[in-house]
Design a protein around this ligand. Structure first.
Ligand code: NA7
Length: 546
């Protein structure tokens, strides 16, 4: 379908996940004619796509949910502490219906290019169906973890069985009973699906390149009394979560003490208590576990001992014990029965670090000279995170320069929201923002509200274009790097620093200063008349606050 005369919108939003839906809600409230394009055939982003067995949040429902509507908060009840994918997908659909969002969302429509037209200051957006529309503002809400990483495994296309990437799992049930299944990858997705697949398949082979730290979720059904009590002060809980480092508030964190200050027996007792309490308590048992290698090692050793305690076969246990990185330097996995799964007779662990996968044959996986015959291969191999989805939109800014060209040596943004040379483009959950380092809902709501405020300011002051300056962007990139250097994240190959993708450049891209500090920085930029941005035309003196 080719359109000759473009439709004109005030704003186009790419993606109808949590970020895109809330952006639409806010822009519509401001009276902007907005169109949302979503590649999937349903809303919900990550929770539309990641429908693999065992997919569930790593975040507790009390904070992993929208806070913008008190009515929504009160009326929706989550059935479990860590809700599973079907419930999250239902929630996404409920939000779309409740706020009448669907009429502005076009599903099954991938944006395949967006160019900034310098002659009129508008974005020209093209879809896979040949539609061409223009918009004053373009908001990229395409997701930090949505561009699937399918590794280049020799012979993969020749495999005659079924093959699924966890983030592209079919909507129709996949029959695994009686089948020989192989899972490649032991990050969060692998750690979640492996225990479930093991109970369904005749035999499961897990191909592990890097042993990861995983801690138990202790998932339980929601206690109605707890829910009532929590919801009675939802606003108070949200306020506390807003100022915290990762957009999560929990009263069990010990922010006063270093792990190295306490005698070993006391520390082990504290870890033991935290292990039984939940994943977030564990990483926050002391205030320096994420920043001080020696302190971190005490917790790493504690979890290694747990693995050895749970897994009966000592050789298998040693393979599962993480040794390549400190705990938390790769995203900590949260599981239900992961290590226990390797005590099952129908599960085999294969180390593909010492003997990498040589090839995929017509009937299975060959590694270390052996061929593992399989009916199904599951690729739990992750994402080209942070930048992958943004670059795949095909954005071109001033002078036709593509985002990929600009970011060839790594992403460059100001506040993670904007990039010089791309006027009126806003990114949500972009590189240079804290986004993935905590509660995504908190990050999304803060960013959407900031972007809405900026657009409202422009409209109130007759401004047509906003653009980050190169100087502000350079300073921000350096700032993000300095913050990263204070963490342990670069002691691992991970998707935060892009070292999970061969040849990817740029290093660690999220802002590691904490959600609260980031919110403050963004608010201060706005309060100083959007310092670090240029406006066309410049605001008149006596600016109108939005
Ligand atoms: P991750 O965390 O990036 O994990 C991907 C896994 O796949 C990881 O164990 C990789 O090993 C493994 N992998 C990737 N390529 C290969 C090849 N070629 N051979 C063997 N193994 C491979 O992705 P997830 O989907 O699990 O989780 C992503 C985030 O989604 C998660 O952190 C949550 O925030 C939600 P490696 O460690 O690179 O050696």
């Amino acid at each position: 379908m080719a359109t000759t005369s473009p439709s004109e919108y005030d704003a186009v939003v790419v993606g109808a996940g949590w970020a895109g839906m809330y952006m639409l809600y806010r822009l519509r409230q401001m009276g902007l004619a907005t169109r949302v394009y979503e590649a999937g055939d349903g809303v919900g982003g990550v929770w539309h796509w990641n429908r693999y067995p065992g997919a569930r949040t790593d975040g507790e429902w009390m904070w992993y949910s929208y806070s913008f509507s008190a009515e929504l908060e009160q009326e929706w009840s989550w059935s479990e502490r860590f809700p599973a994918q079907p419930e999250l997908e239902r929630y996404a659909n409920h939000v779309a219906d409740r706020f009448d969002l669907r009429r502005d969302i076009q599903l099954s429509t991938r944006v395949v290019g967006a160019d900034f037209d310098e002659s009129n200051g508008r974005w020209r957006v093209r879809t896979e169906h040949g539609e061409l529309v223009t918009a004053s503002y373009l908001v990229a809400a395409a997701g930090a973890l949505s561009a699937a990483n399918v590794p280049e495994l020799k012979g993969l296309e020749a495999f005659t069985g079924e093959c699924y990437h966890t983030s592209r799992w079919p909507r129709e049930p996949v029959e695994l009973a009686g089948k020989r299944v192989g899972v490649v990858g032991t990050g969060s997705s692998g750690v979640q699906c492996i225990p479930v697949i093991a109970t369904e398949a005749a035999h499961l082979v897990v191909f592990q390149r890097t042993a990861n730290f995983s801690v138990p979720a202790w998932n339980v059904p929601t206690d109605p009394a707890f829910e009532r009590e929590y919801k009675a002060d939802y606003a108070g809980h949200r306020r506390r979560q807003r100022d915290s480092a990762i957009g999560v508030y929990w009263s069990h964190a010990n922010l006063e003490q270093s792990a190295l200050e306490v005698p070993p027996a006391e520390r082990t007792a504290a870890f033991e208590h935290a292990w039984r309490h939940g994943p977030f308590t564990l990483m926050n048992s002391y205030n320096d576990l994420s920043a001080n290698l020696e302190a971190n090692e005490t917790l790493s050793e504690f979890v290694r001992a747990k693995v050895r305690e749970i897994v009966r076969d000592p050789d298998v246990a040693e393979l599962l014990v993480p040794t390549t990185h400190p705990i938390g330097a790769k995203r900590l996995c949260i599981d239900t029965g992961y290590y226990e799964t390797f005590n099952r007779d129908n599960v085999t662990l294969v180390d593909v670090r010492s003997t990498p996968i040589e090839e995929i044959t017509a009937h299975g996986v060959r590694t270390g000279g052996a061929e593992y015959e399989l009916d199904v291969i599951v690729l739990a191999t992750g994402f080209d995170a942070m930048t992958g989805a943004l670059e795949r939109i095909g954005l071109r800014g001033r002078s036709g320069r593509s985002l990929s060209e600009k970011w060839a040596e790594g992403p460059r943004t100001y506040l993670g929201l904007s990039t010089a040379g791309f006027p009126n483009l806003f990114m949500l959950m972009g590189p240079g923002s804290p986004s993935v380092l905590g509660n995504n809902f908190e990050a999304i709501e803060q960013q959407v509200e900031w972007v809405s405020g900026c657009i409202a300011f422009m409209r109130a002051n007759g401004i047509e274009l906003v653009e980050a300056t190169v100087e502000a962007e350079d300073r921000w990139v350096d700032h993000v790097r300095e913050l990263a250097d204070r963490t342990l994240f670069n002691l691992a190959d991970n998707w935060f620093n892009g070292r999970n993708i061969p040849g990817k450049k740029g290093g660690f891209t999220p802002y590691a200063g904490g959600y609260g500090a980031y919110r403050k920085e963004c608010d201060e930029v706005a309060a100083r008349g959007y310092a670090g941005f240029t406006f066309v035309p410049p605001p008149r003196s006596g600016v109108v606050r939005s």
